[in-house]
Design a protein around this ligand. Sequence first.
Ligand code: ZN
Length: 461
Amino acid sequence: MSPREFGRLNPCMPQGSVTAAPLGFVPAWVDGESIYGWASRFHRLYGTSEKGTGLFLFGRSHACRLRDAPSGLDRFCLATAGVLGDAESLLRFRTPVGFFWPLLSTMNRDRVIQASMSTAGIRVPMALGLPAARMGSVHPLARCTECDLLSRRNDVVPTWMLSFQIPSAWLCPIHRRPLAQLRGLRNYWEYPDTASTVELPSPASPLEESALALLAEQGRLLLQTSHADILALRHATLHLLRGIGLCATYKRLSERRVQKFFDVSPIAQLFGRHPETKRLPRGAWIPDLLRGRAAGHPLKWLLLWNALTWEMRTDVAISTFADALNGVNSLCMGDQLPLWEADHISVSPTVPFFVKKAFDESETLHDAACALGITSGAARRWLEDYPDLLHEWKEKRFESRLQRARRNLNNALTANPELDRAGLLRLCRADDEWLRRHSPRTMRAILDRIPSSIGPQMALF
Ligand SMILES: [Zn+2]
């Protein structure tokens, strides 16, 4: 039934009213389609004018402008008799709001649902906190040229897919081809030809392409996640950062080092090269993400995790991220770090296995640094950050120095059987000094083995 027919059959219905009767026929979803795609497809099949379709489906004549977060979902549910889902499921599974959903609090979810149904309160981007995140909320519609060709070949009407409209979308994960974005802010329900679209820049290297493919999978995962455990996500992130030696505790998170690490990652290089297309968050956003009280913009989490895991196999990187989002990481107690000053409690973080191994197998700090591939200063920082490791290292160094001093003195005595005490002390001055200071008993035991040239002291009385 077209809007025109609908209006004819319902002459009493004032234009823009929310008391719409259900449509006679509701086209089914195309797999992965967004609500905007569905409305666009409906318009192409049954619509008359842009305004008419907007009013008919959403009760708003300008609905074709609301690409990311449509309002008027109450009207849509009535018009479709709820067979395509209720307002919440439409928001979650058919709009880019689903990208933000896992990180939203219950209160914010209610506000977003309210904003999607009423024009009286705040708008959806405001309810999502996008202005505060300074990440923008209006994105050009995007599609994959190859996917469209495939649809046409299978006699399916091409449509706007949800996974291509989320903030992290860049590459079609199936065809590994950059998405084509609709040029300008065109306010039509149409699905224009390729002349109206422009492809996003291609990745400059296979590394960037892998990072983008991972980003697409990460975005898809987020869309499928109902709730993210933000505390577990933060712990898991700190765990990864600690694993590569970038932080030991939240207090020792060096903004400069972490930012430098992120800046050289393939995803940051690519985003940084095309700021006109995709803008990176500005300023010191990583520490804020890890310490802040707000959950943070999902794209920031995706970018940081992309930089942390792009070298892993994609399935491993995705399952690690999924575990972090769902809070099922098998974190050891040492990882349960306090995140804010007020929560500070004394904890003993667990030393990463490869760091402990390097220190266990090295004799000097320089050796340990070489084994870890870091500077001696960085190796020293590991010791400062992990009191248990420092304690073990000190004990090991003491035992090793003691054995060396004992060995040097014994070797000197074996080589010079005639050596008297004064001679031995002259020959091994450094060992003598160290032993007198740290283990005088050992020194006494060694000296007692040398017969004294002076006879026993006479009794004075
Ligand atoms: Zn494709």
